[in-house]
Design a binder for this molecule. Structure first.
Ligand SMILES: CC(=O)N[C@@H]([C@@H](O)[C@H](O)[C@H](O)CO)[C@@H](O)CC(=O)C(=O)O
Length: 304
């Protein structure tokens, strides 16, 4: 495949994938056009079409479809927010702009407020992912008083390993009015102990049922079992991280496990190597992660 090839989006795959996630992975909440879905590598028109297809296919099958509408310019972000409302999405999420970066909390909130105002009836989530945006404003600071500025504020998608920051978000959420969704899959159990209300992550696309087992054990206060599930998940993630793990590799694993072709990533990302996929497959097999016993659904979102 040539490096300049611009792969078109394979829309029929979305319907197939909805069924797969619900039936095979026990995942009923979807976070669309985020990191895993390469939302920032799509044109605005493509982002609109992808969102429409997820909402259309998810109707009566999924509990929630949340659309990431963050962009480098406010106008496009507002357009996408408005569009999400028009098509009947269940919520919107926004990352911090990452070329010209907000220098402080107030500047960032001003940007987020303008986006939220374009779809005032939709629950609004701030997508905190400092490793990719480079915006390191702490989430606990941002949360403080945010509802006065953004009335539709619903919560955080917290994709960072700073558990002090996350814990302090939970601590100030006294009335439990916000959803605090954790996004570092290998640390989910620690975040649950601190009070995470849900999880959003890339590995739930193929380890959804395994993670549901951990959630169930945690709910039943069986910490020893929960820990054993978390360690098994960690063994896989730790292994692939050492091989070089990112969105491209996630796509290869999603294809491998689901049998649904996810296609290669877009430039500047490059396709995972066959060697990576073979090694990942062997590891999944050795951990017995390629079989799916029937289990209940959990409060998790896969990212697409
Ligand atoms: C940086 C990154 O991609 N983080 C992932 C995690 O699920 C991550 O892949 C996983 O914890 C393995 O490290 C998610 O937080 C991203 C995500 O939710 C998304 O696709 O928007």
């Amino acid at each position: 495949e040539s490096l300049t090839h611009w792969r078109e989006i394979n829309f029929p795959v979305i319907g197939q994938y909805v069924d797969y996630l619900v039936k095979e992975q026990g995942v009923k909440n979807i976070f669309v056009n985020g990191t895993t879905g390469e939302g920032l590598s799509l044109s605005i028109s493509e982002r609109r079409q992808v969102a429409e297809e997820w909402v259309r296919q998810g109707k009566n099958k999924l509990d929630q479809v949340v659309i990431h509408v963050g962009a480098l310019n406010l106008k496009e972000s507002q357009e996408l927010a408005q569009h999400a409302a028009e098509i009947g999405a269940d919520g919107i999420a926004v990352i911090a702009p990452f070329f010209f970066k907000s220098q402080n909390k107030d500047a960032l909130i001003s940007f987020l407020r303008e986006v939220a105002a374009a779809a005032p009836a939709l629950p609004f989530y701030y997508y905190h992912i400092p490793s990719l945006t480079g915006v390191k404003i702490r989430a606990e600071e941002l949360l403080d008083g945010i509802q006065d500025k953004i009335p539709s504020f619903q919560g955080l998608k917290f994709s960072d390993t700073d558990l002090l920051d996350f814990g302090q978000c939970v601590d100030q959420n006294h009335q439990r009015q916000f959803a605090l969704l954790f996004g570092v899959d290998e640390q989910l159990l620690s975040a649950l102990v601190l009070g995470a209300t849900g999880a959003v992550g890339s590995t739930y696309n193929y380890l959804g049922k395994k993670t549901n087992q951990m959630l169930e054990a945690f709910e039943q206060k069986d910490l020893a079992s929960a820990l054993s599930y978390q360690f098994r998940i960690q063994r896989f993630i730790n292994y692939v991280i050492k091989l070089g793990f990112g969105v491209s590799q996630t796509k290869a694993i999603m294809t491998l496990v689901s049998g649904i072709p996810m296609g290669p990533p877009r430039l500047p990302l490059q396709k995972a190597t066959q060697e990576f996929t073979a090694n990942a497959e062997a590891k999944l097999k050795s951990l017995n992660f390629l079989s799916f016993p029937g289990l209940k659904d959990g409060n998790m979102e896969a990212c697409s």
